[in-house]
Each structure stands twice: as C-alpha cells, then as structure tokens.
Design a protein around this ligand. Structure first.
Ligand code: C5P
Length: 224
C-alpha cells in the first residue's frame, strides 16, 4: 500500500487533533499538530514581550526561536518543543489561545512554520491538522478533509477539555475565543482558513468520535 498525506483543516475546536491522532494511530502514520507550532511561537513571543506591530522585534524574536517536534514514547505521539523545552501543556492555556491568531497572521511566522511542515511531510505517512494544510502546506495531499461543527457544540467540547486539564473557563468565554479565532483565521490575508476545492467536508456536530475516525480511514484507504 502506498503512503499518503492526510491534511485535516477546519474551524477551531472541531476535534481535528483528537481525530487526526486516532487516524494516525490506526494507520501507523505520524501525527503532526501544526496548530501546536503556532501556539509555541505565540508562547515564545509572549515570553519575550514581543510587540506584534514592530517588525524588528518580530524578526529578533523569530531568530531566537526554535520550534521542533520530539517523539514521546510514553504518549506515542510527537510533542512540540520550544528552544529545547517540552511546552505541550503550556501552549494550551487560554493566555496562548487568546493571542495565537494574532501571531499566526504574521507572514514571517507562517513562512518559517510552513517550511518546517513541508519538510516533515517529505516522506509521506503523515496526518497533519491545521488551517492551511490542504491549501498551502500540502496542496497535493492525497486526502484533504475539512472539518466543521456547530459553534455551541464546539464550545462545550472545548470547555470540557480545558476542565480536564484543570482550567475552569466560562462557556461564554470559550465560545467567544473560538468565534474570534475563526473570524481572524478566515479573514486574514496570509493563508486564510478555507476549504480546499478538492477537500471532503465532514460536519462532526452529531457524529460519534469513532464514526468520524472511521469515515476518514475509509477515505484514506480508497486513496492508498
Ligand atoms: O489547531 P489549534 O486550534 O491549536 O490552532 C491554534 C491557532 O493557530 C489557530 O487558531 C490559528 O490561528 C493558528 N493556526 C494557523 N495555521 C495552522 C494551524 C493553526 O494559522 N495550520
């Protein structure tokens, strides 16, 4: 069977990463969370008090930033590191979520991230999720999925996830953050979030988790 690239894009909080992880596990592929890279960049900018309207400061911050993935044997997945430190937990905080769409609209940041992502997909056998994977990073991906879900349902799911990590955030605040990120991500000039013409749309509002995974696996197997 030939190895393929599976690109999963969609709105914030649709369950892209949990789905992509399960798909990768089932196929023995590498799962790569491109959002984690933009989150790590955001954490770096926050740590360095980078002024996002100052191109010189952005350049300086970027030159001191190393975002990479390392395989965690215990978890069985690639985890994101910032300048040698595992930041997988820290990048999921609301502080990072609130800023990440501002950082990810910066052209230089995207250029640096896309280059790394394309290198990681060179040998195929990769499931990558994000916003521009099927449109910009891997426009020739064999399978492109565009995930959507009702905003209220996404907010409830995301609030539960945050709670499981010990962060208690009001539902309205979680919903506002998702809404804000969707608006920023779809409206930005650089690589806006949009469905690739050849992507398969998957509305997960009323799908069971196992159902959404098996739908993607079925589509993947048709392309191998
Ligand atoms: O996937 P996740 O929700 O963790 O992504 C966080 C943010 O990173 C998104 O809201 C978006 O602004 C940005 N992002 C992006 N392009 C990607 C992945 C994520 O702009 N490929």
């Amino acid at each position: 069977m030939k190895k393929i690239i599976i690109a999963i894009d969609g709105f914030s909080g649709c369950g892209k990463s949990t789905t992509a992880k399960a798909v990768a596990r089932a196929l023995d592929y590498t799962y790569l969370d491109s959002g984690a890279m933009y989150r790590a960049a955001t954490l770096h900018f926050l740590n360095n008090f980078t002024n996002l309207t100052n191109p010189k400061q952005i350049q300086k911050s970027l030159s001191g930033m190393d975002v990479s993935f390392h395989y965690n044997e215990q978890e069985g997945i690639q985890q994101v590191f910032l300048n040698g430190l595992n930041v997988e937990e820290e990048i999921r905080s609301m502080a990072v979520s609130d800023q990440v769409s501002e950082v990810s609209k910066i052209g230089e940041v995207r250029k640096a991230m896309v280059e790394k992502q394309q290198k990681m997909g060179k040998h195929k056998g990769v499931v990558m999720d994000g916003r521009d994977i099927g449109t910009v990073v891997f426009p020739n991906a064999e399978l492109k999925v565009f995930m959507t879900a009702d905003l209220d349902i996404r907010a409830v799911r995301r609030q539960k996830e945050l709670l499981e990590k010990g962060e208690m955030i009001e539902l309205e605040k979680v919903k506002k953050n998702l809404e804000h990120r969707d608006k920023m991500d779809t409206g930005r000039k650089e690589s806006p979030l949009k469905k690739a013409d050849d992507a398969v749309e998957l509305d997960t509002s009323y799908l069971q988790f196992d159902e959404q995974v098996s739908r993607i696996l079925e589509l993947a197997r048709q392309r191998m």
